[in-house]
Structure formats: structure tokens, C-alpha cells
Design a protein around this ligand. Structure first.
Ligand code: FNR
Length: 381
């Protein structure tokens, strides 16, 4: 299978599955418990239909949006995800460069495999730095200082991962960082030579270095220990309010789902929220960001930028979210599978397809700019 044969999310996913050892593919593809939320995230876009307008003169289409003070050429950005150099040696470097090329925002994860400083050097396109709340308050402040010094525009605190989700696929394959593969897992690595050659050549079979705070004494702390030992489950709104004040700029909470929480995010001075269930990887059975969108936009949309993610695989999914009032939409697996399949060329092809689908979709909807998409353009079944 070649990159030019990939025309949509499913093609990229298949190509990634062919190249990646099973444990790594399943780490990306999988989710928590019975994966109900994972499936619902995409299925919820089918609960409504687009209602187009015609004969509106749609020669020029402007897809740009401004979200949390950042101008994006299209309303889709690369949500922060962990461990990208494990999927392809170009990892975050490829995604940062591809996002900049398409004029959109790149989310640097604090569980990433390049530092935020390096990501910043690769592109001067808009970037968010995503982090978690640590018991060590000094570490939280250090991370914000580093982000400020590196010139990061938006701080993003993920609040849906105060403990790790129950990822049963990872338990079955033995996927863990550092690797703790079982026999079946090891066999999976042996039969995927192109991944193994890539890894041997570029990473010499060492785990790519995680961002500094997850590394301990030159070794790498396991991610499950990181969640249980370093993150602070006692975190409250007061702690976040302190951080928002300390940062003093664009601050976004990722993983807010309830109206009550969205209102509190406004009260403490956040400038954005991402409605997200972490791609179904945390609380299985939780509602999809898309299903929750209208309620949240009605409650706080005039005061804060409302973004959603989860299950987005098509330009028309994005058009539906924008019609309901989202300012922008995040994608995770949509760019991770292309990254795993073909590195930067893969991510660029995926973003190109998204851009083409969005342009075509906007024309077919009779819209020349994103703000023309309204709830009049959507009907729920
Ligand atoms: C994630 N996500 C995530 N989120 C976050 O805030 N920090 C992180 O380090 C990660 N890591 C991560 C790894 C992998 C492999 C995946 C698939 C996801 C969640 C991500 O930012 C986003 O919320 C979801 O991926 C959105 O769902 P879709 O687009 O993957 O369906």
C-alpha cells in the first residue's frame, strides 16, 4: 500500500496497521474499557445532517478562523499526543512542520518525544503546549516558564487524565513505556521489519527521550508510574485559577465536558476549553464532545472559545461541529496514522485531504467563510 493510495482516514489507518508492530498500532487505535466512547465519538456525527444553501457565489472560500488569539488557515488543528517518535522516527518534528505548512496549530504534548523548545525551533506557526498537573507545584511553574521562554502562544492543561484510563488492548499486548513486552508482543515486533529498521537506524532501539520532567536520572520513568506518582489527584479549580493567573496569557482547559465546568473555566479566566473525552481513552461511556457541543456553546460560547475533539475523520464532521458553534476542531488519530504510515509526507497528505474536503464541503454548503455556517445548516434526526 502506498501513500498515494490513501484517500481517507481508513486508508491511513490500514497503512499504519501494516507497518506498525501490533502493540504500537493498538496503543494508538485503542481506547478504554469496551471502547464504547471511541466508537460513539465518530458515530455521533451521523446523528444529524447538513442542510446546504445553493446559488450563493462560492468561487472564493476562506476557511481561516481565529482561536485563542491564533489565526489558523483552517479550522482543524493537531491535538497534542504522546510518544510520536515511537510511531515514526520523524515524530513531532514531522507533525510540527506539516501543521506549519498548512497554517494550523500544533499541540506539543508534555509526554512528547521532542522538547517544546525543539518543537518551537522547527516552526514558528502557532503552538500550544499541553501539560498535566503535578504534585510538585514548582515543576508546574517551571513548565510554564519554559513555555514562555520558548515563545509558546497557548498553555493547555489536560484535566481528564487525573488517573490513567483502562486500556485493555495495552494490557494484552504488554505495551508499556519502557517496553514490557510479552512473548506475543515481541513476535509482533519481529514481523514488522520496516518499523524495526526505521527504529534501529534512527533510535538505536532506545526509547526516544521523553520531555524532561518524565525522565529520571537519565532513565525514563514508566508512564503508568508517572500518572500515579507525579500527577496530583487533589487538583481543584483553585489550583488551576493560580496557574491561569501565573501564565497571564491564553490558557485552555482540555477535557471539560459539563456546563458547570465550562462556566467555572470562564470564571477563572481561561480563554479556551476543549470538549474532549481524550479520544475515548479515559472514561468509557462518557459523552462525545460533539453531542455535548450545543449545550456548552449556548452556556459559554460568548465568553470563551469552545473547541471540540474526538472521532473527527472527515471535512464534513468539522463542518457539523462549526455549524453548532465550535471555533475549531482538534484531531488525534487523523494525523497519527498518516505519521506512522509515512512520516511528514503522510501528515501533509492527510492535512491536504482535510483542506480539500473542507473547501469542497464549504462550497457545497453555500458558504464562503466559516462564520456563515450556523445551526440553520444542521438538523438532528
Ligand atoms: C492522545 N491524546 C492526548 N491528549 C493529551 O492531552 N495529551 C497527550 O499526551 C495525549 N496523548 C495521546 C496519545 C494517543 C496515541 C492518542 C490517540 C490520543 C488525546 C488527543 O489529544 C485527542 O484528545 C484525541 O486523540 C481526539 O480523538 P481522535 O481525534 O483521536 O479520535
Amino acid at each position: 500500500m502506498r501513500l498515494k493510495d490513501c484517500h481517507n482516514f481508513h486508508d491511513f489507518r490500514r497503512m499504519a496497521e501494516k507497518r506498525l508492530p501490533g502493540p504500537i498500532f493498538n496503543y494508538i487505535d485503542g481506547a478504554a474499557d469496551d471502547e464504547v466512547t471511541l466508537r460513539r465519538n465518530t458515530a455521533s456525527f451521523d446523528s444529524c445532517d447538513l442542510v446546504p444553501n445553493v446559488l450563493r457565489g462560492v468561487t472564493e472560500v476562506d476557511m481561516s478562523v481565529t482561536v485563542m488569539g491564533q489565526k489558523l488557515a483552517m479550522p482543524v488543528y493537531c491535538s497534542p499526543t504522546a510518544l510520536q517518535r515511537l510511531f515514526h522516527h520523524q515524530g513531532e518534528r514531522a507533525v510540527a512542520a506539516a501543521a506549519a505548512r498548512y497554517g494550523t496549530m500544533f499541540g506539543v504534548s508534555s509526554l512528547g518525544t521532542v522538547s517544546l523548545e525543539e518543537a518551537r525551533r522547527i516552526s514558528n506557526g502557532p503552538q500550544v503546549y499541553q501539560f498535566y498537573f503535578h504534585k510538585d507545584r514548582g515543576l508546574n511553574r517551571d513548565m510554564m516558564t519554559r513555555a514562555k521562554e520558548a515563545g509558546v502562544e497557548v498553555m493547555m492543561l489536560t484535566v481528564d487524565s487525573i488517573t490513567g484510563g483502562n486500556r485493555e488492548r495495552d494490557k494484552r499486548t504488554g505495551f508499556a513505556i519502557p517496553f514490557k513486552l510479552n512473548l506475543a508482543g515481541m513476535a509482533q515486533f519481529a514481523i514488522k521489519p520496516s518499523w524495526a529498521i526505521d527504529y534501529l537506524t534512527h533510535e538505536r532501539f532506545k526509547l526516544p527521550q521523553l520531555d524532561a520532567h518524565v525522565s529520571m536520572g537519565g532513565g525514563v520513568m514508566s508512564i503508568s508510574r508517572y500518572f500515579t506518582e507525579m500527577l496530583d489527584p487533589s487538583m481543584t479549580w483553585d489550583d488551576v485559577a493560580d496557574m491561569v493567573r501565573h501564565w497571564g496569557g491564553q490558557f485552555c482547559l482540555k477535557g471539560v465536558m459539563s456546563v458547570e465546568d465550562a462556566r467555572r473555566a470562564v470564571e477563572i479566566g481561561c480563554t479556551g476549553i476543549v470538549l474532549s473525552n481524550h479520544g475515548g481513552r479515559q472514561l468509557d461511556g462518557s459523552r462525545s464532545g460533539f453531542d455535548q457541543l450545543a449545550e456548552i456553546v449556548d452556556a459559554v460560547g460568548d465568553h470563551i472559545d469552545v473547541i471540540m475533539d474526538g472521532g473527527v475523520q472527515r471535512g464534513t464532521h468539522v463542518l457539523k461541529a462549526l455549524s453548532l458553534g465550535a471555533k475549531a476542531v482538534g484531531v488525534g488519530r487523523y494525523y497519527l496514522f498518516p505519521l506512522a504510515a509515512a512520516g511528514q509526507a503522510g501528515v501533509e497528505r492527510a492535512l491536504e485531504l482535510m483542506k480539500t474536503e473542507l473547501e469542497r464541503g464549504m462550497r457545497l454548503m453555500g458558504c464562503t467563510s466559516v462564520d456563515q455556517l450556523t445551526r440553520e445548516n444542521l438538523r438532528f434526526r
